[in-house]
Design a binder for this molecule. Structure first.
Ligand code: MIC
Ligand code: MG
Length: 292
């Protein structure tokens, strides 16, 4: 029997200190990540909102919007995928449906946060969190809904920015006691804060190295030393691709040609390499030649 996606995520975590999880806003990025050596992938909620819908990360996308993008990635690669499910999209029954749907399409792990349903990006001001009890109920609903015990339910706490690090740690403990497998400690500002989480919360801890946010961009050794088990790079590849795309657009507009920006583009040969294009082409030739 093949291993479930959740089990593959847990194995990747066991094999790496820390596990580097790279954001892939589309299936092609997933192929590049796999061939670059990553062992786990991420689908960012902000990425789905921004890239697929041209919307800000303010809780405007629905479960189905995220499912579509997640399914494209799980179809393209066997690497375990962690998906951002925001607040789970509703009450207990909605959360149960969310878990079932994501597990069904081969997602390995999800993270669900303790913000109010009118959520914001974790690195923006004026976030609000629900009570610990309400988040515990969300987690219980999620854990109860999974069919594969290895499917990973990660609880994200946004409370550190709102209530302070000690409150965040107390919440994390309650979330683990309620059945969450791992903790996403959002928007910490100092390396020592990861150390405090790790010392007091008996579960794997994820550090979010999103660019231009509240958290300094520590390297993986510093984070591992401070007790982070997973390091997330949610949007770095998306931001880089956006910048390159904008440069090409501006060159086309200003110069009337793209000759000056060819070096910012992936070549046709490289594009095909990551797609395995030639193997598909050979297969086609083979199929046709058999008929002759
Ligand atoms: C991780 C995150 O939830 C995401 O959707 O990618 C965002 C990232 C970001 O906006 O930089 C978050 O940290 O809230
Ligand atoms: Mg998000």
């Amino acid at each position: 029997m093949t291993q479930s996606a959740g089990l593959r995520f847990r194995q990747a975590l066991a094999n790496s200190k820390p596990l580097q999880i790279v954001g892939t806003t589309n299936a092609y990025f997933a192929l590049m990540a796999e061939q670059t050596g990553f062992q786990a992938l991420y689908l960012s909620g902000a990425g789905v909102a921004n890239a697929s819908y041209g919307l800000p990360d303010l809780g405007m996308t629905s479960m189905n919007d995220v499912l579509i993008d997640a399914g494209r990635i799980t179809s393209a690669t066997k690497l375990p995928l962690l998906v951002d499910i925001d607040t789970g999209w509703g009450g207990a029954f909605n959360i149960a449906r969310t878990i079932k749907e994501f597990e069904k399409i081969g997602v390995a792990a999800v993270h669900m946060e303790d913000q109010v349903s009118q959520k914001r990006c974790g690195h923006r001001p004026n976030k609000a969190v629900v009570s610990t009890e309400e988040m515990v109920d969300r987690i219980k609903a999620a854990v109860d809904a999974r069919t594969d015990p290895n499917f990973v339910i990660m609880a994200r706490t946004d409370a550190v920015a709102v209530e302070g690090v000690e409150a965040g740690i107390e919440r994390a403990k309650a979330y683990i006691a309620a059945g969450a497998d791992m903790i996403f400690a959002e928007a910490l500002t100092e390396l020592d804060q990861y150390r405090h989480f790790k010392a007091q919360v008996n579960a794997p801890i994820l550090a979010n190295m999103t660019e231009f946010g509240q958290t300094q961009l520590f390297n993986k050794e510093e984070l591992a030393e401070a007790g982070a088990d997973m390091v997330l790079y949610p949007l770095g590849t998306f931001r880089a691709a956006n910048q390159a795309a904008l440069k090409v657009m501006q060159a086309l507009m200003n110069d009337g040609h793209q000759r000056n920006v060819l070096d910012t583009m992936q070549t046709r040969a490289d594009l095909y390499k990551y797609l395995g294009y030639h193997a598909f082409e050979d297969k086609l030739d083979q199929l046709f030649s058999q008929d002759k």
